[in-house]
Design a protein around this ligand. Structure first.
Ligand code: ACO
Length: 399
């Protein structure tokens, strides 16, 4: 085992901080979190006010440009995004080279990286026109890629984007529309998905955003940085938790195990079993996004006429955990991922698409953070130090 205290002393100025628990990597004007109070603000605006009054696209503008857009700014942003939704036909063929079993997060990341090959001549991170254009391109095209990843996984034909529709409806149609049928917009789904995307839009220096900034600090372009961020998000301790929550709930239901017994196994850390969707590095209080998602879950399921025993199971789990000393002492509360899966499922998304939806939600934050880092004169290439604990110098055999 490593004697951290003595190593830190030996190295003088180097701080060893596994998981960056105490180390700020940047200053930022974008998102404020107070984890003890359960506060989240985008550019100063409380998430609760935005959830009630704003939209995903408006919040995207707010995060990227720092202020709420005027009506005409928002209309032209929306219009520009609609104009950029088409994927090059050759890029569409890229999907057929991937196996149908491919995880949609891998497909999203790979196709985002592949997208950069079409825009190499216009991808200079220090050219504001390129940055602007690729910001819009990614907001327009990543939802299309995400929907194609879904269509591919179920073996259905890709639809062309319908640019007469708003951002969320277009995305829903690309996922759930079928070539031979007229697609009916469902306002309940539109409102619910818009809210969920907005709630995920930024969360300061989390693992995927830090990845985006780190890759960007090397001078790599937006496509490369965002593609890496998508991979970072896919892990079950990060965005992948929303998929893991539904799998956990399904396993409890199918095994017939009581919720109390499952919680006991979590507390005993049996084979590393965790209560997925619980706990957060920053929130030591109820995640404000989880509160909003929980309210929305009841509303959406009611409005869609869906009743899902997994929602009741999730509520029961939460109730038991919140009253249990293990969770109280460690200040573990539901995070944003705990209830989202139940809503996505009610909308008709397969479990493997849940983290992709998170990625589409988080995209404006990644873009805003990448731009902030690129334009900050103090940004340097990210290059953490290490404390070397390996062998001292030794001779190669025979030397
Ligand atoms: N279930 C059971 N115990 C937990 C959980 C959990 N979900 N989360 C933390 N703990 C326990 C740990 O075992 C540890 O216990 P110990 O002190 O006895 O060793 C203690 O609480 C502190 O936990 P850490 O893992 O040190 O906290 P950290 O800040 O490093 O991890 C994390 C945060 C990764 C989110 C963790 O809570 C977790 O794994 N949660 C489940 C996965 C999840 O929901 N991830 C989504 C995060 S939010 C997001 O990315 C959108």
């Amino acid at each position: 085992s490593i004697d951290i205290a003595s190593l830190t002393k030996q190295t003088g100025h180097t701080t060893l901080d596994y998981g960056f628990v105490n180390t700020a990597s940047t200053k930022s004007d974008i998102t404020y979190i107070d984890g003890d109070q359960g506060i989240l603000r985008y550019r100063g605006y409380p998430i609760e006010q935005l959830a009630k009054n704003s939209t995903y696209l408006e919040v995207a503008w707010l995060l990227i440009y720092g202020e709420l857009p005027s009506a005409s700014e928002l209309a032209s942003f929306d219009e520009r995004i609609r104009r950029h939704t088409l994927l090059h036909e050759d890029l569409k063929r890229f999907f057929s080279s991937l196996p149908p079993t491919a995880h949609p997060m891998s497909v999203l990341s790979a196709a985002t990286a592949a997208l950069s090959t079409y825009y190499e001549a216009e991808s200079d991170p220090h050219n504001p026109e390129h940055v602007e254009l690729n910001t819009v391109r990614m907001l327009a095209k990543l939802p299309v890629i995400a929907a194609y990843a879904h269509k591919k996984s179920i073996g259905q034909a890709f639809l062309y984007p319908d640019n007469s529709l708003g951002f969320v409806d277009n995305f829903l149609k690309l996922n759930f529309g079928v070539l031979s049928e007229i697609y009916q917009v469902n306002p309940v789904m539109t409102k619910a998905l818009d809210l969920l995307l907005m709630l995920h839009a930024d969360h300061e220096q989390n693992a995927s955003t830090s990845t985006v900034r780190l890759v960007g600090s090397t001078g790599a372009n937006q496509f490369a940085s965002i593609s890496a961020g998508i991979q970072a998000l896919s892990g079950p301790l990060h965005g992948g938790a929303n998929e893991a929550v539904l799998q956990m709930l399904g396993r409890i239901r199918d095994s017939g195990e009581s919720v109390e017994r499952f919680v006991e196994r979590v507390k005993n850390k049996e084979q590393g079993v965790k209560l997925m969707g619980f706990g957060h590095r920053v929130y030591k209080n109820y995640d404000p996004r989880a509160k909003l998602v929980k309210e929305s879950a009841d509303e959406v399921l009611d409005a869609l006429g869906v009743s899902d025993p997994l929602l009741d199971l999730a509520k029961e789990l939460e109730q038991i955990a919140l009253e249990d000393d293990y969770f109280k002492e460690r200040r573990l509360y539901p995070n944003v991922d705990f209830y989202t899966g139940v809503i996505y499922k009610a909308m008709g998304f397969p479990t493997r698409m849940f983290t992709v939806l998170f990625a589409i939600g988080r995209l404006p934050g990644w873009l805003a953070q990448w731009r902030e880092a690129i334009t900050d004169p103090q940004t340097k290439i990210g290059r953490p130090q290490q404390l070397y604990t390996g062998a001292a110098e030794r001779n190669y055999p025979g030397v």
